[in-house]
Design a protein around this ligand. Sequence first.
Ligand code: DAS
Length: 340
Amino acid sequence: MKPKITIYSLGGTIAMSNESNQQGVAPRLTADDLVKAIPQLNDHAEIETNSFLKLASANLTFKHLIELAHEIEQSIARGKQGFVITQGTDTIEETAFALQLICQIKGINQCPIVITGAMRNPTQVSADGSANLLAATIIASSQESNYRGVLVAFNDQIHLPQYISKTHASALDTFSSAPYANCGAIIENQVKYFMPAHLPPLKLDQTLADDLTTMGDEIDIPILKPGIAESPSLIEMVTDSGAVGVILEAAGAGHISVPWATAIKACAEKMPVILASRAKGYLPQNTYGYEGAEIDLLSHGLISAGMLSPLKARVLLAILTSSKNKMSLNQIKTHFKAFE
Ligand code: DAS
């Protein structure tokens, strides 16, 4: 008996085509169009399709992802055993992590949810969408993928949402989990995992589930990335802007200039400020002791992003601050500690 898999298409390059009177491609293809191009899918699963959205991925919102998670929850109740989501690659590193957190809150991590896309659209020679969609379907059809939460399948590699990032604007091998590791691969149409299931160790209580439904189309958590000699005026603007929180994309091990340090500490008195880095890797907490370095900033109320990139720290903070009964700074800090 082949597993019952639902393929949700959200748009993106994988589903783009051009029209004679228009320059360039845009999302137009349906989930059925994508599936029709790959008869081999039926060797692995009983496929149901759902053309959920037709958007470029920069337009995806938390609200879309929450609605999609609800759809998946309903499909699980109807006996579906695995899910594939096709979307644009530009924001996969954010949407995959957001969907992982949403599914953990809703308690739906038993079935595989595999996200994929394409770097070359269907009008180009050697478009990679069909190979990625076949790989994602094989992964979603394997029992070894159960209880692994959301996975990203690309270029025959399998990535975890908390580690993956898009590293190149156009290369086929754009996705990387460095300096961590991808969790598996597809080899000769077989799934090979290199590590046991590894869900983010979060205790996101179910009460957040109701709050998620109140998340609107937009959130107000800017990422501030200062270059050398940048004026701190931007922080002062954000502090008085009514933002929910701030992600500071600092240099190196979490370092900023003295003027920025003064302004960001004042901001941290009014809202959660997460200290992240524009560099890869874990953020140290007790190495540099000068003004504007991590010991100074963390001792003035900033919260370490740990191993999370600025974009992923923003996703986590958006979900934690969606609760109507405002989470305390300590509660937010506790959730970020899960990623240290
Ligand atoms: N960059 C295109 C893609 O990779 C557009 C998008 O992300 O939607 O799909």
